[in-house]
Design a protein around this ligand. Structure first.
Ligand code: AMP
Ligand code: MG
Length: 499
C-alpha cells in the first residue's frame, strides 16, 4: 500500500485535471524496484503481487491516491506550445519517504487525459524498459534523476508504426514541476497562479532558501537562482558520463534539477560533441556539446515566465534575472572542471587545467575514441608513474594513437606536480578515478538487444542490465561484455521518442 500525502492537488484547480487511469486487459508486473519501494515505505512483495499489478497499471486506484494530470506548456525544439500537460501520465499522489523527502508517484502510459491532444496516452514496452534501465543507471551513477519504481505490461497492444506490447512505468520524482509549468501560467498572464506555484516549488524543493526569503518577488528570484545552480550542476554531470538527453524542451526541464523524460536519450560511444541520436532532432539542437547552452536557454524561459512576479517594472525585473542568468556560465564551468578533474585524477585546481581538458577532448573527437572506455582505462594508467601496458590499452582506443601519446605527457606532468605537492598516492588516485569513471553505462546497443529480447518474452537481459548498472563503478569481469564498446556495425545511430 502507498501512504499518500498529497499536496499538488491542493493547488488551485487550474493546475491539474482529475482523471482516472484507463483500465487495461491483463496487467502483469515485469519489475519492481526493491530499494526504492523501501525508501518510499511501500511493500515490494505487495507491488509484485496481482494487487500490485492492478495498482501499478491503474486498474485499481489505490487508497489515498488523488489521480491528476498536470497542466504545463513548453518550448519544443524552440517553438512555444502554450498547451501541453500530462498527456500520457497520471500523478497518483505523493509520498514522504524514509529520508523525509516528498516524492511524486506517477503512472506513465496509463491512458488518455484531458491533455492528450491526438495521442493515445499509452506507452510501449520498449520505451518503458528503456526508461527503467537508464533512469536507474543514472541514479547509480550518482546523477540527479527521476526514478523507476515499477514496470508492468498491460496485456494490450499499442499502435505505433507497428502494433507493440503496451506497458506502464511508475515514475518517481522529487517534483514534476517544469519550466513549462511556469510558462503555462505566464502565457495566461495568471500572476496569482505563478505566485502560488513559486511558493509551492520553493518550499518543496529548496526549503532552506524558502525560509530565508519573504514575498513573491524574492521567492521567484531565489527559485530562479536555485534552478540555475541545479541545472549547471546537472548538465556538468551529464557531460561527465557522455549523456545526451535528446529532448531538452522546457517541458522536460525540471525545477528540481533532476534528469527527466528519458525518451530518445543515449550515451555516447565514440566521443563527438556534435553527436545527436534523436531521429527528430534534425538540426542537432540538442547535440551533446550544445547541452550547457540549451540548459541556459531553458532557464532564460523560466526567468521570462517569472518576470511579472519579480517586478512590475519590466526593466527592473529584466535586470534582476539577467544578473542571475549570467551566473550560469561560471557555475557550469566550475562544476564541469570539477567533474573533469575527478575523471583525470587531479584533486587540486590549476589554471592550466581547462586547457589540458580542452586539448584532450579535441584529441578524443579527432580519433573516434570510446568516451567511457577511455576514462576507465585512464584509471589504470594513473596507477603507477610508468605503465606501458595500460598506456597501450588506452592508445589502442585511438584511431590515431599519436594523439594520445602527445597528450599523455602533459597529463603526467600535471600528476607529477600533484605528487610533488604531497597529493594522494598513485594507488589512491587510481581508486578515486575509478569512482569517477564508470566501467558500465547503459550502452545503446545493449538497450536495443534488451528490448528485442523483452518483446519476445525474455526479461533476462533487462534484469541483468539492472543488476550490473546498479554498481557502475565496480569492475565486474563476469559482465565485461556489457562494458565493451559496440563494434562499428553494432553502433546505434538513431533513437526514437517512442511516443
Ligand atoms: P515528451 O516528448 O514525452 O516530453 O512529450 C511531449 C508532450 O506530448 C507531453 O505533453 C506529453 O504528455 C505528450 N505525449 C507524448 N506521448 C503521448 C501519448 N502517447 N499520448 C498522449 N500524449 C502524449
Ligand atoms: Mg515530456
Amino acid at each position: 500500500m502507498f501512504a499518500f500525502d498529497n499536496q499538488y492537488v491542493r493547488l488551485p484547480e487550474r493546475f491539474w485535471r482529475k482523471v482516472a487511469p484507463t483500465v487495461v486487459k491483463a496487467p502483469r508486473v515485469l519489475a519492481v524496484n526493491g530499494p526504492l519501494a523501501d525508501l518510499l515505505g511501500v511493500d515490494a512483495a505487495w507491488l509484485a503481487s496481482q494487487a500490485g499489478a492492478d495498482a501499478l497499471s491503474g486498474n485499481v486506484v489505490p487508497a489515498g491516491a488523488d489521480p491528476i494530470a498536470l497542466a504545463y506548456a513548453g518550448h519544443q525544439f524552440g517553438g512555444f506550445n502554450p498547451q501541453l500537460g500530462d498527456g500520457r501520465a497520471i500523478l497518483l499522489g505523493e509520498i514522504v519517504g524514509k529520508d523525509g523527502l516528498r516524492r511524486d508517484v506517477q503512472l506513465k502510459g496509463s491512458g488518455r487525459t484531458p491533455f492528450s491532444r491526438g495521442g493515445d496516452g499509452r506507452a510501449a514496452l520498449g520505451p518503458v524498459l528503456r526508461e527503467y534501465v537508464v533512469s536507474e543507471a543514472m541514479f547509480a551513477l550518482g546523477i540527479p534523476t527521476t526514478r523507476s519504481l515499477a514496470a508492468v505490461e498491460t496485456g494490450e497492444t499499442v499502435q505505433r508504426e507497428v502494433p507493440l506490447p503496451g506497458a506502464v512505468l511508475t515514475r518517481v520524482a522529487r517534483s514534476h514541476v517544469r519550466v513549462g509549468t511556469f510558462q503555462f501560467f505566464a502565457a495566461r498572464q495568471d500572476r496569482e497562479a505563478l505566485e502560488a506555484l513559486t511558493t509551492h516549488t520553493l518550499e518543496l524543493l529548496y526549503p532552506d532558501t524558502a525560509a530565508s526569503v519573504t514575498g513573491a518577488s524574492e521567492s521567484a528570484l531565489a527559485l530562479l537562482d536555485r534552478a540555475i545552480a541545479a541545472h549547471a550542476y546537472l548538465v556538468a554531470r551529464w557531460m561527465g558520463v557522455g549523456f545526451v538527453h535528446g529532448v531538452m524542451n522546457t517541458d522536460n526541464t525540471s525545477l528540481s534539477g533532476e534528469t527527466i523524460d528519458y525518451g530518445p536519450c543515449a550515451f555516447l560511444d565514440e566521443y563527438d560533441p556534435a553527436k545527436r541520436f534523436s531521429s527528430i532532432d534534425h538540426q542537432g539542437r540538442y547535440a551533446f556539446g550544445n547541452q550547457p547552452q540549451i540548459a541556459l536557454w531553458n532557464l532564460a524561459r523560466l526567468a521570462e515566465a517569472l518576470l511579472e512576479v519579480i517586478d512590475p517594472v519590466e526593466d527592473v525585473a529584466a535586470e534582476k534575472v539577467t544578473e542571475r542568468l549570467d551566473t550560469f556560465a561560471s557555475r557550469f564551468n566550475e562544476a564541469y572542471a570539477e567533474v573533469m578533474r575527478a575523471k583525470l585524477g587531479i584533486p587540486t585546481k590549476d589554471e592550466t587545467d581547462n586547457a589540458l581538458i580542452a586539448d584532450l577532448f579535441e584529441r578524443l573527437a579527432g580519433s573516434e575514441v570510446d568516451f567511457t572506455l577511455f576514462f576507465r582505462r585512464l584509471c589504470d594508467v594513473a596507477a603507477s608513474e610508468v605503465a606501458p601496458s595500460a598506456d597501450l590499452n588506452v592508445a589502442e582506443l585511438f584511431a590515431h594513437p599519436g594523439a594520445w601519446y602527445d597528450w599523455a605527457p602533459r597529463w603526467r606532468a600535471r600528476l607529477a606536480a600533484e605528487r610533488a605537492g604531497g597529493g594522494p598516492s598513485d594507488e589512491q588516485r587510481s581508486a578515486a578515478m575509478r569512482a569517477a569513471n564508470p566501467a558500465f553505462i547503459p550502452r545503446n546497443h545493449r538497450i536495443e538487444e534488451m528490448i528485442a529480447a523483452a518483446r519476445k518474452g525474455d526479461l533476462a537481459p533487462f534484469q541483468r542490465m539492472n543488476l550490473v548498472l546498479a554498481r557502475p563503478y565496480v569492475e565486474q569481469p563476469e559482465n565485461a561484455d556489457l562494458a565493451r564498446a559496440p563494434k562499428r556495425e553494432e553502433r546505434v545511430t538513431a533513437t526514437f521518442c517512442g511516443t
